[in-house]
Design a protein around this ligand. Sequence first.
Ligand code: AMP
Ligand code: MG
Length: 521
Amino acid sequence: MAGPVLGPGSEIRAAIRPNRCLFRARAYLWVMTVHFPFQNTYSALPASFFARVAPTPVAAPRLIKLNRPLAAQLGLDPDLLESPEGAEILAGKRLPDGADPIAMAYAGHQFGHFVPQLGDGRAILLGEVIDKEGSRRDIQLKGAGPTPFSRRGDGRAALGPVLREYIVSEAMFALGIPTTRSLAAATSGERVQRETMLPGAVLTRVASSHIRVGTFQFFAARGDTDGVRKLADHVIARHYPDIGMAERPYHALLERVVARQAYLAARWLLVGFIHGVMNTDNTSVSGETIDYGPCAFMDEYNPGKVFSSIDEMGRYAYANQPQIALWNLTRLAECLLPLFAEDKEKAIEQAQFILGEFAEKFTTAYQSGLRQKIGLFTERDGDAALVQDLLDAMAKNAADFTLTFRRLADAAADADDDSVRAQFTDPSAFDEWATRWRQRLAEEPQSPAERQAAMRAVNPAFIPRNHRVEAVIQAAVNNDYTPFEELLTVLSKPYEDQPQYATYTEPPLPEQRVTQTFCGT
Ligand code: AMP
Ligand code: MG
């Protein structure tokens, strides 16, 4: 049965519909079913955009985490989602009414090499709902079983990567960085074969859409300009409705995606995040961080830092990310050329002009973020050099990225530099810089307390440090989810001190260091 049809922006609520009335000795018992108010649009696009495929039921689904606030925001009933029926849905054993399950087609450049067909090999889109704010959100099961795009994969996900994605995506959300979200994690009761046998799991991912640069490439690579146009129209209507009536909507589309990706790359750098696998199929046209595979936050600042075991050339190293974002956007621009102008030369010129705006957009967002991180309220000549000198000293002295900036906020308030100095192998490297920093701060009227508060609002105390994530996964594999729950609690308020969780601010001890992360696919 199809879900109710609601107009765009109309209020969505979790409709609870009694579907059966069972007679018991003295009472009628209403059996509630989980209702998703689906309003699917992607599955109404031409058949070449996706493959219709249902999740493959798993043996013994068990819900290990439901994101209750997110469920409520999506108009879903958290209590019902936690019922056995809800767990079956979230593990892909049962389809909710109104779902129109599909695997989306896409292509992509992986580490610079073009693969004309990738697609959702283990993710199945159940459908779209309109959230409480009127925004359309995809609800997708990751690890839901094979699809026509699975190639040699099993369509499944292991528990570790599912928990990693849950933790890191929700941490990104709490940090205020555009991201897909995690609605739920469930174990499947099955094991998956990786290097060893591992417990299987399913993640319910929520995104403003799952349309990637690689989705455009899928059609462009087939010379299907009509497909590119239909996709572009869909993306404009969905993500950038205000440009629908623009004189040149497809140019405006590229401009918008360039702006969102430039902002996103800046936000990543400002918290020390390394995506790890910035392939074009992992680059969302909505500007959300998507696909948390071998991602990681760095502990000590090192611009060349790479965690991913498969990134042997360091293509996706921390400081390369803005450049790679632009490289990926250039691939998007190539797909859009036929929509820009009939004259190819002219189209290329127009695309290059728009891509040329990336550098300024990124630099503006990054530099203004850095100024905020060191407590500046205004912009002066020399600020970029001042902050760069701090970063250079941090790199040279293995200073912890997160702690240095967090402690700098306190140093701004009480002139006690001990805790920030302690981050540097040679603390005097900080002293020289601090003198210049304080001179610059003195040019602004804000009080120390005001400055400290502003700095604490942009410099998190808590990030999902790798060793913590790994410890959570280890415990979970042994069926202990307490550390997982506690880490989620801590990371939900990254800018608050939470003294009871102070140990979570600490970098790893030498024996706790995680030097490599894995895709885990
Ligand atoms: P990712 O590295 O997660 O971005 O995935 C790259 C491609 O591999 C996508 O097309 C995925 O759908 C596919 N893929 C990853 N893991 C699996 C798996 N276990 N089974 C089938 N396809 C997979
Ligand atoms: Mg991917």
